[in-house]
Design a protein. Sequence first.
Length: 73
Amino acid sequence: MNDETQKRLITILASGIAYVLAGRLADKLIKEPEVRGVKDDVKEALLKAGFSLVSTVVASLIIRRVVGSRWGS
């Protein structure tokens, strides 16, 4: 499997992982105030960035293990 295909698979898998994590955990971690302010937007942005980072690393590990075990890399 070439690098471009691996990058695409990592991006797709990372997006799915981030979607699941954000959907299940964001509501529990961020309490919605009646009126949102800049502070609330910053919290949400940092949370989403963290999910994106973690999901990309997890997706990369998964893809590289699958590719390594199948193709002997």
